[in-house]
Design a protein around this ligand. Structure first.
Ligand code: NAP
Length: 361
């Protein structure tokens, strides 16, 4: 049985049109996972005036209750004889939108359960393990009229918007090349989510969305990818380098790894100058602009906690009845997932999810 900290009325039937769309009223959130990033992001949900944490689900009763107490959720669901914690949360008519923060190997199956039940869903990166899974979720969300987004929080930070503005306004002329890398040393542990095959482990799926997000500013979405890498003993990638081509002729080199120190930065070179991020790539502090011998720094403050910008975007979109974010559209997620499929085929990385593709719609 779920633990109910405060009783809540049920207000919407699963799968029915959402009567709360575009009203601007407070959204009630559910969180699936009690892991690291679920704690960080849920704590920042408090900064939103029009958000209320209603429920959490976990595989385990004690973790669910502890999370609910810490973050002030009204109900804590967990796996038991009546079903999985996620199924019970999905059936809770008082939940409007769900933040799904399990390892990526489970994203597709769990997001499906939530969308089928009529929830709006924010899915952590990597959105899914395969492009087929991603396409299936996008189609399901559209069919059900529900909001769906990959939680690429970087795109909503003021520094990212400032970077986009400078590149678009011609601060470096026409972009020609880009280089971006992200990673860290992580000791190989086939049971940890970073490495486990059933979690969608490996550097590519965990990290590549960030460098590709920055190179997208210069060139749009990739058209071709050549991948090389080093595989761990369980067959997931420990290090991947991507040589990325774009429709307009731009070229990018992207490196991600769990093996090494990294610059954790993105550089874009144009015919009139170079722009380079400062600080760590998911959450930079600013960037430098170099034209000839002149280099100047642009600093962009992040006055609110970093994850609140994407949470505000999700809230704003749902309140307005928008089913996608224009800043992080599903088109970009699907393009990146196709890149990852392509890169994995070249690297020789396969996951259990590849053996059980979603049924074609
Ligand atoms: N945006 C960011 O900055 C950021 C940062 C880190 C991670 N992430 C992403 O967020 C997701 C979670 O990462 P994390 O670092 O929070 O992982 P984590 O600490 O290992 O937490 C994952 C949680 O998911 C739940 N879970 C449900 N099914 C699971 C399964 N079959 N195996 C393992 N755990 C399962 C577990 O909670 P219960 O045991 O309570 O069910 C677990 O604690 C990943 O997709 C990752 O890429 C994003």
């Amino acid at each position: 049985m779920p633990t109910r900290f405060v009783a809540r009325p049920s207000t919407s039937e699963p799968g029915a049109p959402d009567p709360r769309l575009a009203t601007g009223e407070t959204l009630r959130w559910g969180v699936v996972s009690t892991g690291h990033i679920a704690h960080v992001v849920t704590a920042q949900l408090r900064a939103l005036e029009d958000a209320e944490l209603h429920a959490v689900s976990s595989r385990d009763a004690e973790r669910a209750d502890a999370f609910a107490r810490e973050h002030g959720a009204s109900v804590a669901y967990h796996d038991d004889a009546s079903g999985s914690g996620v199924e019970q949360l999905a059936a809770d008519g008082a939940v409007d939108v769900v933040y799904l923060a399990t390892p990526h190997g489970q994203h597709h199956a769990l997001a499906r359960t939530l969308l089928e039940a009529g929830k709006h869903v924010l899915i952590e990166k990597a959105f899914a393990v395969t492009a087929a899974e991603a396409a299936d979720l996008a189609a399901l969300a559209r069919a059900r009229g529900r909001f769906l987004m990959e939680a690429v929080w970087t795109r909503f930070l003021p520094v990212y918007q400032a970077f986009v503005d400078h590149v678009v306004e011609g601060a470096i002329g026409t972009p020609r090349w880009a280089q971006a890398d992200l990673g860290m040393r992580a000791t190989f542990d086939p049971d940890s989510r970073l490495w486990a095959r059933d979690a969608g482990g490996g550097a590519l799926l965990d990290l590549a969305v960030y460098p590709l997000t920055w190179t997208t500013v210069a060139f749009g979405l990739p058209s071709a990818i050549a991948a090389r890498g080093v595989l761990a003993e369980n067959g997931v990638d420990a290090l991947s380098t991507l040589d990325v081509g774009y429709p307009g002729g731009g070229r990018a080199q992207v490196t991600v790894s769990f093996t090494s120190a990294h610059t954790r930065s993105a550089t874009i070179g144009g015919d009139a100058g170079v722009v380079r991020t400062l600080g760590s790539l998911p959450n930079p502090t600013g960037f430098t602009l170099t034209r000839g011998d002149d280099t100047r720094e642009v600093r962009a403050a992040t006055p609110a906690p970093g994850y609140t910008y994407q949470l505000r975007e999700v809230t704003r979109c749902i309140q307005r009845g928008e089913l996608e974010s224009a800043t992080m559209p599903l088109r970009d997620t699907l393009a990146f997932m196709r890149c990852f499929d392509d890169a994995r085929a070249q690297l020789g990385v396969r996951y259990p999810n590849d053996e059980a593709p979603p049924p074609s719609r």
